[in-house]
Structures are given as C-alpha cells and as structure tokens.
Design a protein around this ligand. Structure first.
Ligand SMILES: [Ca+2]
Length: 331
C-alpha cells in the first residue's frame, strides 16, 4: 500500500490523524481503513474517489476495481465504517478532516459482542462490531437516538415499555466457570420501584444472569444462577452509589481466574463475591435492556458501547480502573 498524506499531522502513538481546515488529500493504491476509523469533515468541499464502491446498511463500504466517487459539502462517517479499496487508484480529498484510529485491543479476538449503536436518528437496526457479528433485533419501539450518546453521536433508546434489543441464543453467552467481562454505558430516563435490567439472558423459570438496578433503586446489581433454578442464587450488589436518572454510568462485571466476580460502577469496585460454580446457561437470547428476551423488567433510558468479552477478565482489580474516554477499539 502506498499512501500520501498532505497536510495531515500523524501521531503514531495516539493513532490519530488530524488536518487543520484547508485542502487535504489521501491517495494510495490498495487502501484499507478498518472499522475503527472515525472520519469527519467540516462543511466544505469533500471528495472521495476510487475504484468502484458499494455502500450498504451498517455503513460498510467496500471498493472493487473500477471507478467510484463520493462527494459532499459535509461528510461524517461513524465509527462503524469499514472502507477498503482493491489495488488501483484511490483518492480521498476534503477540507478539514480528522481521522482517528482506535488503539488495537489485544483481547479483540475474545470480544463476542460490541455494540456502539451509531447510526441515523430513529433507525431500528444496528450492527455488532465484534467478530461474532451477531444480528441485533430491535423489539418494541427500540431505536437509535441521537439525543443522547456516550460516544459516536448516538445510542440505543428504550422506553421501558416492551423495548429491548435481542441477540439470538449463542454459546457466546455460555460463560461456564471461565473468566468473562460484561460492560456498558447506561443512562436512565426514568426509574421506578421495580427492578430495571440493562442486560440479561435466561428463561423466565430457569434464569442465567442479569445486570440491573434493584427494586427500591438503592443499588446496581449483577445476579446469576449456578443451579438453573427460577431465581438468582448469586447476587452482587453495589454499595456506596445510588442509581439516578439523567447521567451516564459505566457498569461492568468481570470474573477472574480465581473465580472472583467484581461489580464496578464508573470504574470503582462496588461489590464482589467468589464462587467456583459455573454461570448457568439456558440457550436463550441475550436481551439488551431487559432481564430476558421475554422483556421482563425492561429499562427506560439509553445504552451505549455494550461489550462482552468471553474468556477474559479485563479489569480483575479491587482498585478498579479508569473508565474509557473513547469508544472501545474495533480491532
Ligand atoms: Ca454510540
């Protein structure tokens, strides 16, 4: 691949490419931008030319040999863009641009779900950026919403009345007794005295796991079953934090190699327990925004950057971690 960059400033460590207002050009033969690309251009002339291109839903763009051109006065590509061009002439020109490459994730091969919910306001579909590329099914009135976003300009909006995004049954949710990490950003619109769930899986009479706000609204919790019964026999509740509406929280649970489960709120460990038992698995859909795919205890609010990593305890620290300040890497 050859690439000419002018007048970009390239910062290898931060993997960030920026250009001040003015003309810029990126040209090359056989160019590939990965999904982690963020590219935006302020109002002004913008041109993208190359050899044949197809732009499909999910904002994936590929180019086969042939001629293609994409032009606009103002262009913004979201994080989920994948752009590639086969060998041949390729040019990218514009007026003020920022290209940001996310840091590579050394555990990306273990990521089994990664949802940024970036898209057009009101859209009822989105993509899973993990290698599993699960199909996301928007139930009820679930939709992409640009009114609230942690990263990427939009998030998933759920109204607490039948909304959830379901992801079909998969052994990706069968954690067994191995490490795993579930994390996401959530912002509640309303909270009532009923338990409200942000993510979960399992049946209604044979439960698996759930991350939620407990009834009474006194704490967050991660609950799971080790016996496949009708109620969660293991519960980690948070202490020292009271769930509230109108603010983003980073919620996370991980299980390390010593079988310690930690529940973190905004990077602070707020609860833990240790058990060697496996987390029950019921071969049911994963519900984003509810306890299960029946829609039980569905939440009202927004979710962003939902990530599940199987086989890895990403944080495994009583001292907690620094909450991500950018979207998770897409590679
Ligand atoms: Ca987003």
């Amino acid at each position: 691949m050859s690439m000419m960059i002018n007048p970009f400033v390239f910062k290898p460590q931060g993997q960030t490419l920026t250009a001040d207002p003015g003309t810029f050009t990126v040209t090359g033969n056989d160019v590939t931008f990965k999904r982690s690309l963020r590219m935006s251009a302020e109002p002004g002339v913008f041109g993208l030319t190359g050899n044949d291109a197809a732009l499909s839903t999910g904002i994936r763009m590929t180019a086969e040999p042939g001629a293609f051109a994409l032009t606009s006065g103002e262009v913004s590509f979201k994080r989920s863009l994948r752009m590639s061009a086969a060998t041949g002439a390729f040019a990218l020109t514009g007026n003020a641009a920022t290209l940001t490459y996310a840091q590579n994730d050394p555990n990306f091969s273990s990521v089994v779900l990664l949802c940024g919910f970036d898209g057009v306001d009101g859209a009822t579909s989105s993509v899973d950026d993990s290698n599993s590329a699960h199909t996301l099914t928007f139930a009820g009135g679930s939709e992409i919403d640009t009114a609230q976003s942690k990263f990427g300009g939009s998030s998933l909006a759920l109204d607490g009345s039948g909304d959830r995004v379901s992801v079909a049954a998969s052994t990706d949710w069968n954690f067994g007794s191995s490490p795993f990490t579930i994390e996401l950003f959530v912002r509640f619109n309303t909270l009532t005295s009923t338990s409200r769930s942000v993510i979960g899986s399992g049946g209604t009479s044979t439960v698996s796991f759930v991350m939620n706000v407990n009834s009474g609204l006194s704490d967050f919790a991660f609950a799971f079953s080790t016996n496949g019964g009708s109620s969660f026999n293991q519960v980690i509740t948070s202490s020292g934090v009271t769930p509230a509406t109108g603010q983003w929280y980073h919620l996370c649970v991980d299980r390390d190699g010593s079988n310690k489960f930690r529940l973190y709120v905004d990077g602070v460990m707020r609860g833990s327990l240790t058990t060697a038992s496996a987390v029950n698995y019921e071969s049911t859909a994963l519900a984003i925004g509810a306890t299960n795919d029946s829609g039980s205890e569905d939440m009202s609010g927004w979710l962003d950057e939902v990530r599940i990593t199987k086989g890895v305890a990403r944080y495994a620290s009583d001292s907690g971690f620094t909450v991500p300040t950018a979207a998770y890497p897409r590679s």
